[in-house]
Design a protein around this ligand. Sequence first.
Ligand code: ADP
Length: 468
Amino acid sequence: MKFNFDRKSITFKLWAYFISFAAFLMIVLWFLQIFFLNNYYQAMKVSETTKLASIIASQYGQDDFIETIRSVSFTNDLYIHIETSDGTIVFSPVDAEVRKPYGYIKEMEMVKQELINNNSLNSSLIIPESTTGTNTLAYATFLHRENGSDIILYIFAPLFPVESTVGILRDQLFYVTVISLLLAFIISFYLSNRISQPIRSITNSARELSKGNYKIKFQGGHYSEIIDLADTLTYTSLELEKTYLLQKDLIANVSHELRTPLTMVKSYAEMIRDLSGDNPEKRKEHIKIIIDEADRLDLLVDDMLTLSKMQSGVFSIEKSNFDLVAAVKGLLDSYSLLVENEGYQIVFEAPVSVEVYADRAKILQVFSNLINNGVKYCGEDKTVIITIIEKSDCIRCQVLDHGMGISKKELASIWDRYYKASTNHVRTTTGSGLGLSIVKEIINQHSGKYGVESRLGKGSMFWFELKK
Ligand code: ADP
């Protein structure tokens, strides 16, 4: 255990609260016991006596009236006496000898005066007894009222001095006070340590995290709230690490992607300046390369912009109803040059028409990106097969090729920005490395599903499904 003298620390605060609470309780107890015990005892006696008197009064006139008085008197150590207002004894205890029959004459007179003078239903007096120190509680009430001959019930009870009791209590209270303060001290230390120790460890871990140690684990300790906090922070550090790695990759990839075409542009421009400037044929060839590279840059920048706009939410999707089959057919027209001149085969299998509710331009962009990839990676047989299947709850679109395929290891990563599967990273295939990230983003915005099935050397089948 480590004591933290910081006055704002949990340890100090808890300790202070516990001690104050225990001290407050003790003060209240001391006060009540020592100063008010006597008053409390007398008040209790009066209320008890009043209750007993009302029990006796309720039995007045019944057969077992005398029995009731006897038993009440015996069990409660009371002297009970009933007399008419002119002094005729109605009831006096049989064992009057033992209970000093006339010992209460003075008290009886006093309480009788009080009762009659106040003209109240009952009255009680506490009469001090200087010789013995035992005060007397004298209580009187009317049992029966009839002009001139009222019947009055008197009850007398000894009030023993409480000083000796107070002495005992004081001793006990002293021990209770010491023990409770000690306990408050120990418990507050124990508790505060259990709370503050994990927080301290989290703070240390956070410090490590700020230095770039993303592998740090946050330990939560014993309380759900702190465990939650620690788990959240551990998760956050993992996410931060991912973002950091992505950012690193991104910069490396972007600069790499930009550098290659720029180097080409520069070297071919220099070539034209120094060598082929006067040779129209060579010059034309070199200028074509420059234009191709510029196109490549253009494509890269375009894709980067599209993706960043989509991810920042600038582009929202605008859905409408349209015939997907007709739209894809229209898109395929732009591939006719490729089919005619370069021997590619683009097969389209679909029902006559399929109505969808989606963003037309964006869905066509998805097709275009997938078909472009199919064309880029289709390999020897130069065939890309596009299929649209109408299912009961969704529309499934597939783009299949018989190319080199993608290894299992790389399947999960191809949807990441700037990722290029190593085996396919051939310079001749143009691409920004963003095509599939854009596909993923668009399908996500449509709350659709997407995926790929692929086997190395056999080909790949990219698919996505749009809800109906
Ligand atoms: P790129 O512009 O490089 O094609 P994409 O995001 O479209 O970027 O694709 C990411 C990577 O996934 C590609 O570099 C390629 O390695 C792999 N890939 C995509 N489509 C196919 C496919 N049909 N066959 C094999 N590999 C593919």
